[in-house]
Design a protein around this ligand. Structure first.
Ligand code: GDP
Length: 463
C-alpha cells in the first residue's frame, strides 16, 4: 500500500479542503470535518447577526477574518454537528466568493489553526468509516460526479440511494441464518441433519442463488448505461460508413473519401443520444487486400465485431450486393446487427433473402432526416434489448460488484452441492463463510485496504 497517498490513516485529524472545482466561480466552498471543525470556524468567522455560538444546520452571513482580524471575505458559514453530517463528524463549510486567492487564504487559515489538508475522497471515506454509507454507496458518489450521460447518472444515483447495498445486506442476513443452522450441526455431530431440514436449506439456497443471479445478469445493461453502448459501423468500402459516422456525430471527424479503403484503421467517437451514451466505431472496409496497413485495419475491424454491443452493417442500397457484402454479413451476429441500407437517395434495389432476417433501416447519409431515423433505430434496439429500466432489481454497472456476486454464487453453489452429498457441516460452514466474505466486499466490511485505497484514490480532493 502506498502509505503517502493512503486514505486509511489519521482518522482523528480534522481535515480541510476546497470542495468546489478549481478556477473562478460565483461561489467557492471550503469544507472542514473533525473534532476541531467548530472551534476553527468560531475562531475565524464572525456572524454579522451576532449569533454565538452558532446553531447546527443554520446558514450564517458574516466575515471571515485573518489572524490580525482583517476581513478576508464576506461569507456564509454553516456548522453541521455530528452525527448529522456527511462524515458523521462535526462538519463546517464556508461559502465565499469563488476566486482562488480567497479560497486559498481561507484554507491556509484553517491549516494554520491545526487542520490537515484532506486526501482525495477522504470526506467520503470518513462517511464510510463512520458507518453512514457502505462501500457501494461511496463508490456511487464518485460515479454520480463522473457520469457523462443521464443514464449513467441514473444508475449511479440509484446505487447511491442504496438499492444494491440493501439487497446485499438482505443476502448476507440469509447466508448468516444458514450458517447458524449449519454451525448448530457442528456442535451436535452425533445428530444427522433431518431430511426435511436439508430440503428447507436447499430451497432457501436456491431462491437466494436465483435472486443474486438476477442482479448479476443486470451487469450488461448497467455497464452500457454507464460506459456507453459500443456501436461498430461495419461493411465493405465505399458504402458510406464514414459519411454515416460523420452524419451521426454531426461533425466531420472521420475521413470521408470516395477512394476505396481510405479509412485504414478504426476511428472512435462518443456521443449522447437522448441521455444514452454511445461509442461509435468506424472501421476499415471488409475486403481482400494486399495493402499491409489496410490488412491490419481489416483484422482489427473483425476483432471489434466480436466485442461490439451493436453492429451497424452498412450496404449501398442502390447497388447489387456482392461477395464483400455477404462476407461482412457472415462476420456479424444477427442478434446484434442492424442493417443500414444507405444511399437511399440513389434508389433502393430489393435485398437478397440472406439479409432479410436482420432489422433494417433505409437512410441516406446525405439527408439529416434519414440519420435521425437511424438514431431512432439505435435507440429502439437498445431499449428493446435492455428492457430493464424502472424495474425493482438494482442494476449493477461495476465489475468489482459483479465479481463479488459471482464469487458469492460460486460459494453458495458449492454449499448446495455439499448439502446434497451430506458433506460434514464444517465444510458447509466454510462455503457459507466464503459467500459472506464475497458479499462483504460489496458493502466494504471485508474489502481489503488495497481495494479501499484504490477506490478512494479515484475521488477528487474535497469529496
Ligand atoms: P466508406 O468507405 O464506407 O467509409 O464510405 P464513405 O463514407 O467514404 O463514402 C463513399 C462515397 O459515397 C463518398 O463519395 C460519399 O460522399 C458517398 N456517399 C456516402 N453516403 C451516401 C449517400 O447516402 N448517398 C449518396 N448519394 N452518396 C453517399
Amino acid at each position: 500500500m502506498k502509505a503517502a497517498v493512503s486514505v486509511i490513516t489519521d482518522s482523528n485529524d480534522t481535515i480541510v479542503a476546497i470542495a468546489t472545482a478549481p478556477g473562478e466561480g460565483g461561489i467557492g466552498i471550503v469544507r472542514l470535518s473533525g473534532a476541531l471543525a467548530e472551534s476553527l470556524l468560531a475562531s475565524c468567522f464572525v456572524s454579522l447577526a451576532g449569533a454565538c455560538p452558532l446553531q447546527s444546520h443554520r446558514l450564517y452571513y458574516g466575515h471571515f477574518r485573518d489572524s490580525t482580524d482583517r476581513v478576508i471575505d464576506e461569507v456564509m458559514a454553516v456548522l453541521m454537528r455530528a452525527p448529522k453530517s456527511y462524515t458523521r463528524e462535526d462538519v463546517a463549510e464556508v461559502h465565499c466568493h469563488g476566486g482562488s486567492v480567497v479560497l486559498r487564504r481561507i484554507l491556509d487559515r484553517f491549516i494554520d489553526g491545526g487542520a490537515r489538508l484532506a486526501r482525495p475522497g477522504e470526506f467520503t471515506f470518513r462517511a464510510f468509516l463512520n458507518g453512514r454509507i457502505d462501500l457501494s454507496r461511496a463508490e456511487a458518489v464518485m460515479d454520480v460526479i463522473r457520469s457523462r450521460s443521464e443514464s449513467a447518472c441514473r444508475v449511479a444515483v440509484s446505487q447511491l440511494e442504496g438499492g444494491l447495498s440493501r439487497r446485499t445486506y438482505a443476502f448476507k442476513e440469509t447466508v448468516a441464518d444458514l450458517l447458524a443452522e449449519v454451525e448448530a450441526g457442528i456442535d451436535f455431530p452425533e445428530e444427522d441433519l433431518p431430511c426435511s431440514d436439508r430440503l428447507r436449506l436447499l430451497s432457501i439456497t436456491d431462491s437466494l442463488l436465483k435472486e443474486i443471479s438476477t442482479i448479476t445478469e443486470s451487469f450488461e445493461t448497467g455497464r452500457i448505461l454507464r460506459e456507453g453502448l459500443s456501436i461498430l459501423i461495419f461493411g465493405k468500402p465505399n458504402v458510406g460508413k464514414s459519411s454515416l459516422m460523420n452524419a451521426l456525430l454531426g461533425e466531420a471527424r472521420a475521413i470521408v473519401s470516395n477512394i476505396a479503403g481510405t479509412t485504414r484503421d478504426t476511428v472512435e467517437e462518443s456521443l449522447v443520444l437522448r441521455g444514452l451514451p454511445l461509442r461509435l466505431i468506424d472501421t476499415a472496409g471488409v475486403r481482400d487486400t494486399t495493402d499491409s496497413v489496410e490488412v491490419l485495419g481489416v483484422k482489427r475491424a473483425q476483432a471489434k465485431v466480436a466485442g461490439a454491443d451493436l453492429i451497424l452493417l452498412v450496404v449501398d442500397g442502390s447497388q447489387e450486393l456482392d461477395g464483400y457484402d455477404f462476407k461482412a454479413l457472415a462476420s456479424c451476429d444477427p442478434e446484434k446487427a442492424l442493417l443500414v441500407v444507405n444511399k437511399s437517395d440513389l434508389g433502393v434495389l430489393p435485398l437478397s433473402s440472406e439479409f432479410s432476417n436482420l432489422s433494417s433501416v433505409e437512410v441516406s447519409a446525405l439527408d439529416p432526416a434519414g440519420v435521425s431515423k437511424l438514431l431512432d433505430a439505435i435507440y429502439d434496439y437498445f431499449t428493446r434489448s435492455s428492457g430493464s429500466e424502472g424495474r425493482d432489481t438494482p442494476l449493477i454497472s461495476d465489475r468489482r460488484h459483479r465479481h463479488a456476486l459471482v464469487g458469492a454464487m460460486e460459494a453458495l453453489g458449492r454449499f448446495r452441492l455439499g448439502l446434497q452429498r451430506d458433506d460434514p457441516p464444517e465444510c458447509s460452514a466454510l462455503e457459507l463463510r466464503e459467500a459472506l466474505q464475497s458479499l462483504g466486499e460489496i458493502t466494504g466490511e471485508t474489502a481489503p485496504d488495497e481495494i479501499l485505497d484504490k477506490i478512494f484514490s479515484r475521488f477528487c480532493i474535497g469529496k
